[in-house]
Design a protein around this ligand. Structure first.
Ligand code: ADP
Ligand code: UDP
Length: 239
């Protein structure tokens, strides 16, 4: 399958058409952004890591019965995926307080919740991805009631599977963002990516950050953290 016309260039990936109208190729870049694009940089080798990691995790989730867009890894940066109509919601699941949750509610980072939380943002760069609730999503016709229910159910199942997997790597899954889309027949499938760009991943013992927060917060050791988390995943996948 070859890359056709470039359909879109986003902050972290490029999207290409293929000869099959139902399939796309996503190409992962090393570009990194934060704070709604205000902070820009590159993380050497990130594209290769995020591509491989997202694919490995999506394959695992497929094994758990979760429909995903993943079809086949084409090269170290390129993956063939099913084209979906993206539901313009960023779905955020949290197990531990961090980031915008800690800031918004005035709590410290690192508080483990008794049950995971879920929240939605309207995926709209111009508006800065504002937080919204299910009623707002319905009012804006972003998804149907049934689709929102499916998205919530799938997101918590993804959390259970990812939390268990990362725990086996000595990593705590703090929070993450998912995007879903509609396949041709209307089925809701997990799309976009699951990577250190979209998840907070802390070493279980030391709580060292092994994700994009190192870039966002200018902590240094960004490339090393991405390599470390990928190494943990690969070691666990070999077992
Ligand atoms: P952004 O658009 O936020 O800058 P990216 O650089 O990651 O993000 O660009 C990838 C784009 O492709 C995103 O807008 C994402 O919603 C979209 N996308 C991801 N998976 C699929 C898919 N399977 N079908 C169609 N669009 C997808
Ligand atoms: N996240 C993401 N894309 C976004 C916003 C958030 O992938 O546009 C991820 C982020 O990496 C973290 C989780 O979603 O794992 C929760 O992010 P939070 O709401 O705390 O926002 P942030 O601290 O990034 O502003």
């Amino acid at each position: 399958m070859n890359k056709g016309k470039q359909l879109y260039e986003g902050k972290a990936k490029k999207v290409f058409a293929t000869e099959d109208p139902e399939l796309l190729i996503v190409s992962y870049k090393d570009d990194a952004t934060a704070f709604n694009g205000l902070k820009k940089g590159t993380i050497q080798g990130k594209g290769v890591i995020n591509n491989r990691m997202s694919n490995a995790l999506m394959r695992m989730l497929e094994g758990e019965g979760i429909p995903t867009h993943f079809v086949r890894e084409i090269s170290e940066r390129d993956t063939l995926v099913k084209k979906v109509q993206i539901v313009p919601l960023e779905v955020i699941v949290r197990n531990i307080s961090a980031g915008s949750f800690a800031k918004r509610y005035g709590v410290e980072e690192g508080i483990t919740f008794s049950a995971p939380t879920i929240e939605f943002s309207y995926k709209n760069d111009e508006l800065g991805d504002p937080l919204l609730n299910e009623y707002h999503a319905l009012a804006l016709n972003l998804a149907t009631k049934e689709e929102i229910q499916t998205i919530k159910d799938l997101s918590f199942r993804v959390n259970d599977a990812l939390k268990a997997f990362w725990a086996s790597c000595g990593v705590t899954l703090v929070d993450f963002k998912l995007e879903f889309g509609r396949l041709g027949d209307g089925t809701i499938a997990l799309a976009d990516e699951i990577s250190p760009d979209t998840c907070r991943l802390w070493d279980s013992k030391t709580h060292e950050k092994l994700d994009k927060d190192r870039f966002r917060r200018d902590m240094g050791g960004v490339v090393e953290a991405y390599r470390e988390i990928m190494g943990r995943l690969e070691k666990q996948m070999e077992k």
